[in-house]
Design a protein around this ligand. Structure first.
Ligand code: SF4
Length: 380
């Protein structure tokens, strides 16, 4: 059965013809407009006859059903847990800011990349999400955000977007073309899949590229981000250089600051040496607590010192204040936990190796709020 947002326009026309029967041609346009421009579910499309609304709901149901929702930061951060086919569980996080709202969505249920500090990585891979499932998370956020407007979409939720390239790109095209979001407000965050970055460089849409770097020497990055053993820094940075040249978009590097691991003066110097030639902006994110990682995030004074080191070395850096930590909605914490795990009880930083856990994003505009250090910062 087709799901609501997996259909492209010809697919919707075919479905209406096969499952509903003769309709005036303008009905297809009404349904499409209702789904994408107005972000309405069929039952809410009151400009359609009631029988058509009911039939649409039967033949093209949503792919995801809401399992639970947790709210933090006085209502400014909302984490949603979704269930999809095959008992897939994914999470999305909606963040409200004064000027706009941002939604961070998942591209896979689980993740195969195995970054040890990340709750999603700790849980392993379940399956890829379809383009429709990715779009559906965005459209649900658009409805949930009203009367605010969702202006930015970041693929920094669960999963490695470039490991699910075709479906992710179909989703981005749909968001750009049919929903009307500018490609410049769409961000893909990758842990460093070089072939995917090179494919992105050949696409017409200039989406933002964020690379979850976390270490600027292979010896350390091999440990933090296992994909580095296949695509070491030299190869990754060459792909970043080419992407920047091809798209003219500023890159950003994500750096989860881990106490005593990648927050030293040496680390700042090495990071500056790779960021400066690329003109990359650095987003610093004190590591969020996950039960399966035995170290903890860098303390605030050291975070500030690291940021100032970068500034002094000529790199623009933003320190992000974590949002949603107490509902496990912050960067690296998304775990598609069962509702019982969405408790609002504060967690202690750190944990024991082997504890159950899960989450992504060392990504960019994760559930965080920027604290500005430099004269120039990224918009998210
Ligand atoms: S940080 Fe991203 S790429 Fe690494 S395991 Fe987590 S979700 Fe996967």
């Amino acid at each position: 059965m087709s799901t609501l947002y997996d259909l492209d326009r010809p697919g919707l026309a075919g479905l209406l013809a096969d499952q509903v029967g003769d309709l005036p041609p303008y009905r297809e346009a009404q349904v499409w407009d209702g789904l994408y421009r107005q972000a309405r579910l069929p039952a809410e499309m009151t400009d359609l006859p009631r029988e058509l609304r009911q039939r649409l709901t039967e033949v093209a149901p949503p792919a995801l059903s809401l399992v639970s929702e947790a709210v933090a930061d006085g209502g400014l951060t909302v984490k949603s847990l979704w269930a999809g086919a095959g008992d897939a569980r994914v999470e999305s996080v909606l963040m409200h800011y004064p000027q706009r709202s941002t939604v961070c969505v998942s591209s896979q249920a689980g993740c195969a990349m195995g970054c040890g500090f990340c709750a999603t990585g700790q849980a392993g891979f379940q399956r890829h999400l379809s383009a429709g499932e990715i779009v559906e998370q965005v459209m649900a956020a658009v409805r949930r955000a009203r009367p605010r407007r969702v202006g930015n979409v970041v693929l920094m939720g669960m999963g490695e977007p470039l490991a699910n390239y075709d479906e992710v790109w179909r989703a981005l095209r749909r968001l750009h073309t049919d929903v009307g979001l500018s490609a410049r407000h769409l961000t893909i965050s990758t842990v460093g899949l070089v072939h995917g970055i090179r494919r992105m460089a050949a696409e017409p849409e200039p989406v933002n590229l964020a690379v979850s770097l976390h270490a600027a020497r292979d010896e350390l990055r091999d440990q933090l981000v296992p994909i580095n053993r296949r695509h070491p820094l030299e190869e990754l940075l060459a792909a970043c250089t080419d992407y920047r040249r091809a798209k003219g978009r500023r890159l950003s590097f994500e750096w989860a600051l881990i106490d005593g691991v990648n927050d030293t003066g040496r680390d700042a110097t090495e990071l500056a040496a790779v960021a400066r030639p690329l003109g990359a902006h650095v987003n610093l994110i004190p590591l969020n607590p996950t039960p399966g990682w035995p170290t903890r995030g860098t303390a605030a004074p050291r975070v500030a010192a690291f940021a100032h080191d970068l500034q002094r070395l000529g790199v623009n850096a933003t320190v992000r204040r974590n949002r949603g930590t107490d509902i496990a909605a912050a960067c690296g914490q998304l775990a598609a936990q069962r509702p019982v795990a969405l408790e609002l009880r504060p967690r202690r930083t750190g944990g024991r190796p082997g504890d159950p856990a899960v989450a992504h994003p060392a990504g960019i505009a994760g559930p965080v709020e920027p604290v500005r250090f430099g004269p120039e910062v990224l918009p998210h």
